[in-house]
Design a protein around this ligand. Structure first.
Ligand SMILES: Nc1ncnc2c1ncn2[C@@H]1O[C@H](COP(=O)(O)OP(=O)(O)OP(=O)(O)O)[C@@H](O)[C@H]1O
Ligand SMILES: [Mg+2]
Length: 305
């Protein structure tokens, strides 16, 4: 992050005014969640924003890396759909995924409590209290992969508006299936899709994806600092974006299109200040996706940490 110290305070005060009392959704994946220092740094930034800017946060996490390890230990195959990058989830994969994610959720909540003075983290699955429901994908995706998550905001609004103590929901993306036929009501949904649903349906001003890369990289590996939702399909079709970045970029595009204020951003979650830089500086951080951006903007080298 390049800091212009001459206008630092001015920038912070300006952006504090814009964000005060607003909601942000912060998502991070399994690779980052494994590193306790990174989780602790994310917690510190969420805590800072709550304390000094009165920004409320909802945290959502994935756990692709941990699920892959646990599937391998259980002797199960790791299968992803080539077009969407989504995990193919059969009944046994669902059980393993839920166990892995619940264990990780517990570790993240503990890390938030160890780090934060101001906030109390409340861990849950998307299906707890039917907070998040989803639709089953076609049976080729294993029967227990879900899409189109919907948020029942009643419980989440109560949590984030609690006046006695700032509560921060920390959610993992196994959702409730309203149409379950076989008594199994859980669906495995990509955490990026759930983050997008939370941000757009809860009226957040920013959706922040913390990744293990500086942002969306172009063919030459340069950081794309800004793009419009209309660029998303091209980047996927041209093969610039692959693997887990496909779902992430689609969610960014969807959120960038729907969010009337703010926008969606993917930034380097390994950088201990990236979220604060995104919220409180003019230059922001990582890749911003928003409707009013006319064309892809690239910076020559990944922004320094
Ligand atoms: N053009 C690209 N720019 C940046 N990263 C890319 C690109 N194409 C593919 N990737 C890959 O996408 C990965 C991020 O997606 P991935 O699903 O692995 O992480 P996540 O969504 O943060 O974690 P989880 O799936 O556990 O929630 C990066 O680590 C990178 O290897
Ligand atoms: Mg992913």
């Amino acid at each position: 992050m390049n800091i212009d110290w001459s206008s630092c305070l001015e920038q912070i005060q300006k952006w504090q005014g814009v964000y005060e009392g607003k909601l942000v959704v912060v998502k991070f994946g399994g690779a980052l969640a494994e590193d306790t220092e990174i989780v602790s740094n994310i917690a510190k930034q969420v805590d800072y924003l709550q304390k000094f800017v009165r920004v409320r946060s909802i945290v959502i996490h994935g756990g692709g890396k941990q699920i892959d390890q646990d599937l391998t230990t259980a002797g199960l195959e790791i299968t992803r759909d080539k077009t969407t990058g989504l995990r193919v989830t059969d009944r046994r994969t669902l059980d393993v995924s839920d166990r892995s994610l619940r264990a990780l959720n517990g570790k993240i909540v503990r890390s938030f409590h160890d780090t934060c003075r101001e906030i109390v983290a409340v861990g849950s699955a998307g299906y707890d209290g039917k907070t998040l429901t989803a639709e089953p994908c076609s049976s080729e995706l294993g029967g227990y992969t879900g899409h189109s998550p919907m948020v029942d905001s009643t419980y989440l609004h109560q949590l984030i508006s609690c006046t006695q103590k700032p509560l921060v929901p920390v959610i993992y993306p196994i959702c409730w299936n309203n149409a379950a036929q076989d008594g199994e009501s859980r669906l495995n949904v990509n955490a990026d899709d759930v983050a997008c649903a939370l941000a757009t349906q809860m009226g957040a001003v920013r959706l922040i994806f913390c990744a293990d890369v500086p942002g969306v990289l172009d063919k030459e590996g340069r950081l794309i600092s800004e793009l419009s939702p209309f660029d998303v399909d091209n980047l996927i079709e041209e093969g610039v974006v692959t693997g887990g970045m496909i779902a992430k970029l689609k969610s960014l595009g969807k959120a960038g299109e729907k969010m009337t204020t703010g926008g969606a951003v993917i930034l380097d979650g390994r950088d201990p200040n990236a979220i604060l830089a995104e919220i409180l500086s003019d230059s922001g951080s990582g890749t911003l996706v928003r409707k009013d951006i006319a064309r892809i903007k690239v910076v020559d080298a990944p922004k320094p940490k």
